[in-house]
Design a protein around this ligand. Structure first.
Ligand code: ADP
Ligand code: MG
Ligand code: MG
Length: 885
């Protein structure tokens, strides 16, 4: 007989996949002796079986729950439904991966007309008993009976209005009693039957509702967004209640062991006295900072901070803790690894290692490589003059500007059409996820640092200001006002999430300053990684930026950008229009010095490091005006009859554009096919590279050019070009009277090249995988068409798990890469192999590149730090870190 139910003392942190995160950690905290209200966890396996059997509770589960409930009741000395001594419980969902705010908890289950009286008698507190009961009805009706929360909140605010009070806890016993009755008649009206009175029935309905909630819309959206498997299922935690709403010596709170926004090593959180459960995060009352607890309940604070330390030491990570104080006694209700900003993530990993809690390698593994991206975001220029409208809580750092939008659907719509929006709400709920995703930043007028908006924004690395009570939002008028200033939907507003400022209009930004912890961690990463990290750079400025970020060379220098610009384009067009080789050579001669000065600058900026220069790649028509443009212009010129000279030249161009038209440019006359048809173009480029290398060598600068031929499919292409490269290099060295080191090789970006890599290796010093084209040609997807038209269908239907242009397709494209590496190295063991293009800066792909033995990855300068860290993580996780740690 399968075991589905585990009492807290039977579990532990290692049972996470069976008990869910919440259950496993409740068990772990119980095991290490912390004050956790007793309870039990129904496993995720039970949930999976529930779905497999067409939404039926698995056989034997009901009996098992009842049996364990008896043990629980003995343990706490109370009984579910017992009039003398009623046990109240919470029913909490808890998946393997924490899904904030996705599945709601039911508190105070076990209350009915009888037990509510017992609770009042036992506590001598009628208000408390009624308050607990009305909360229970509200939560149960929402989660289990699926009657909209909103309807109950409406009744509640009407009642508060009638009583002339602002806060829930000011309601009198009579008012609460009346609320309960109103709630119950609403249920009866909607359901056609009364609210369930039998506690056991309540319990089983609740358990099944938790299983069902695994597949509610919000949960599905969240899982899709975070790539969480839909088949994992959720566990259910049944736990005896403790009450934070028993008066001013009671309360409830949430705290992080360190500041999740900055990483500073101080307890960070908030609490509310005389409150229960979600009150802290729901933004109903603005909670107090945890430091105040030291004044209000010093003993409790002491105990709490000791427990926080214990938990951090135990889990070796930042903890996010929920607690409740019942009449001066502290209870732990949850702990989990805390979400944090990128900035805090760095500082915490660094500090934990320095405090000796973890090793340096563990510190590196603690950081999410992709998160480093956020650190490189721009900040508001501190010199700038700003019109600060208001100040709220600094909930998630970074600066954002956008047009004000009050509605998440609208935010999504505008965001999709490429507009920058700032989502402004009184508070957010899980129903706003899509709006938050689409927005540059989030501004709320209510809620604390642990409110939904704040938590979600920090997780996504989006700037957020919350609890900004000075702004008065009027959804109906689509505007908010601050001290007489009215801001309408569509107006530009900026927020500064690090300082909590709300600013009118756009703001000037500047590049971020990187912390010393950040630099230290990256130096630890450099110590253990094997992969070299280079950057893609097309200009001397980019090359310098790349050096700043720690790139050890240029992995891809695209020369086509050097064919653009007002000064050059006329020569390029003349070259394309040339009818004879002589004419073409003339145009190329004009381009030569310009190209040479480009290469000179880049090679100089990268002195001592390799620079891989790719010969011209795009089809020639990309350098000509578009067909439409020319048609309009020639028609106009013809109609006016003026400027006959220009008309003739435009007509010539038009003819050329028509001649160069391609049905499928991606597979057309591009790459080294240009060099085959027009060798003089490639010769000019090779000459420019060699001239620059020779001049710099003469000046004593060490240069390491790598001349790269794009889009090859066959060894004979390489033979054709290699002859030219070697000849021109030799001639140039002789002419300048210097020698310089150079190599020649090819990009592997077509399946045929990968399959014939052994032959190509005979005439190549290096390979560089161009995985964008290799993905296009392996899948037969043209990227723009795929991403613009059908790729989202593939992702939605889960035919493909990830966008292959973002995360390398290991099974297909990766297999071709593996073949190329293996065949290439068989022929030439010292073959240098790298990857250039976007995948080179994506953590998962970097991991793969490490695994198949590449020498370097190359990515945009801003992603170099990510690649450095990802390369270190790959080395550590495959157990082959190269340093001493
Ligand atoms: P979530 O995952 O949304 O945080 P939880 O299950 O943690 O949901 O519970 C919601 C709120 O109810 C939290 O504030 C939690 O501390 C509180 N809570 C849960 N179980 C109990 C309990 N047995 N006694 C008192 N408060 C509880
Ligand atoms: Mg919740
Ligand atoms: Mg919780």
């Amino acid at each position: 007989m399968a075991k589905y139910v585990y009492l807290f003392h039977e579990g532990g942190a290692e049972m996470r996949s069976l008990l869910g995160g919440k259950g496993a950690n409740l068990a772990e905290m119980t095991k290490i002796g912390l004050p956790v209200p007793p309870g039990m966890t129904i496993s995720t396996e039970a949930c999976r079986e529930y779905y497999e059997s067409g939404q039926q509770l698995p056989d034997g589960l009901a009996e098992e729950i009842k049996r364990n409930l008896v043990t629980l009741e003995k343990n706490v000395g109370k009984e579910l439904g017992n009039v003398d001594n009623p046990l109240l419980i919470s029913v909490r969902s808890g998946a393997v991966f924490s899904m904030p705010g996705m599945m709601d908890t039911i508190l105070n289950l076990g209350l009915n007309e009888q037990t509510v009286k017992s609770m009042a008698r036992l506590t001598g507190n009628l208000c408390f008993a009624y308050d607990s009961y009305r909360r229970f009805i509200q939560m149960f009706s929402d989660v289990v009976l699926e009657i909209p929360k909103h309807d109950f909140e409406h009744i509640l605010s009407k009642e508060k209005e009638r009583q002339g009070v602002t806060y829930d806890q000011e309601l009198s016993a009579d008012a609460l009693r009346s609320l309960i009755d109103q709630f119950k008649s609403l249920v009866k009206e909607r359901l056609g039957r009364p609210f369930p009175e039998d506690p056991m029935e309540q319990l089983f309905m609740a358990v099944e509702a938790v299983f069902r909630s695994w597949n509610n819309d919000r949960a599905i959206i969240y899982r899709n967004l975070n790539k969480i498997d839909h088949n994992l299922g959720t566990a259910v935690n049944i736990q005896s209640m403790v009450f934070g709403n028993m008066g001013d010596d009671s309360g409830t709170g949430v705290a992080f062991t360190r500041n999740p926004s900055t990483g500073e090593n101080v307890l960070y959180g908030e609490y509310l006295t005389n409150a229960q459960g979600e009150d802290v995060v729901a933004g109903i009352r603005t909670p107090r900072p945890i430091a105040k607890l030291a004044e209000e309940m010093p003993a409790v604070y002491q105990q709490f901070s000791t427990i926080a330390r214990t938990l951090e030491k135990h889990y070796k990570n930042l903890q996010d803790i929920e607690f409740t104080v019942e009449k001066g006694k502290l209870y732990m209700l949850q702990t989990r690894n805390g979400k944090r900003t990128a900035q805090a993530g760095i500082r915490i990993a660094h500090d934990l290692a320095m405090e000796g809690l973890i090793s340096k390698n563990d510190a590196l593994l603690l950081i999410e490589a992709a998160q480093l991206d956020h650190l490189l975001h721009r900040q508001i220029d501190s010199e700038a003059k700003l019109t600060v409208l208001a100040k709220g809580l600094p909930a998630s750092p970074g600066a954002a500007s956008g047009q004000v939008v009050f509605d998440s659907d609208e935010a999504e719509r505008l965001g999709k059409s490429g507009q920058k929006v700032l989502l402004v709400r009184t508070e957010t709920t899980p129903d706003d996820i899509h709006g938050i995703v689409a927005a540059q930043g989030i501004l709320t007028s209510r809620g604390g640092m642990t409110s939904h908006a704040a938590v979600v924004a920090r997780g996504m690395g989006k700037p957020c200001v919350c609890g900004c009570e000075a702004i008065k939002i009027d959804y109906a008028k689509q505007e908010f006002s601050v001290d007489g200033t009215v801001v309408k939907a569509g107006d530009l507003v900026s927020i500064d999430g690090a300082a909590g400022r709300v600013i009118l209009g756009n703001v000037p930004m500047k590049d971020p300053v990187l912390s010393k912890e950040y630099l230290t961690l990256l130096s630890w990463a450099d110590d253990v990684r094997r992969l070299q990290v280079r950057a893609n750079a097309d200009t001397p400025e980019d090359a310098l930026k790349a050096r700043e970020f720690g790139a050890a060379g240029v992995g891809l220098c695209r020369t086509e950008h050097m064919f653009m610009g007002q000064e050059r384009l006329p020569h390029v067009q003349q070259m394309i229009l040339a009818e004879t080789t002589e004419e073409r050579l003339e145009a190329l001669q004009a381009l030569l010095p310009m190209q040479e000065s480009d290469f000179y600058g880049i090679l100089k900026a990268m002195a001592g490091y390799p620079v891989c220069i790719r010969l011209l790649d795009p089809p020639l028509h990309e350098f000509l005006p578009s067909l439409e443009e020319l048609l309009v212009e020639t028609a106009t010129l013809r109609a006016t009859g003026q400027e006959p000279e220009r008309l003739r030249s435009r007509e010539l161009l038009l003819r050329k554009v028509r001649a160069l038209h391609e049905f499928n440019p991606m597979l057309g006359h591009r790459g080294c096919r240009l060099g085959i048809s027009f060798p003089e173009i490639y010769e000019m480029q090779i000459q420019a590279i060699c001239n620059a290398a020779a001049r710099l060598s003469k000046e004593g600068v060490q240069v390491l050019p790598e001349i790269e031929v794009p889009l090859t499919i066959d060894k004979s292409e390489m033979v054709f070009f290699k002859e030219k490269i070697d000849r021109i290099a030799q001639e140039t060295m002789q002419q300048y009277g210097v020698t310089f080191h150079y190599t020649s090789g090819t990009m592997i970006e077509l399946p045929r090249a990968a399959l014939l890599a052994d032959e190509l290796a005979e005439v190549s010093d290096f390979f560089s995988f161009g995985t964008n084209d290799l993905t296009q040609t392996t899948l037969g997807f043209s990227r723009d068409d795929a991403e613009g038209k059908f790729l989202s269908d593939y992702l939605n239907l889960k035919i493909l798990k990830d966008n292959p242009f973002i995360t390398l397709d290991r099974r297909g494209v990766g297999q071709l890469m593996q073949i190329a590496v293996e065949k290439g190295r068989r022929v030439r063991p010292d073959l240098l192999i790298g990857i250039c293009g976007e995948h080179g800066g994506e953590a998962n792909s970097v991991q793969f590149c490490h695994e198949i033995g590449l020498d370097f990855v190359s990515c945009s300068p801003y992603r170099v730090p990510i690649a450095r860290l990802a390369a270190a993580q790959a080395a550590i996780s495959t157990g082959e870190s190269y340093g001493t740690r």
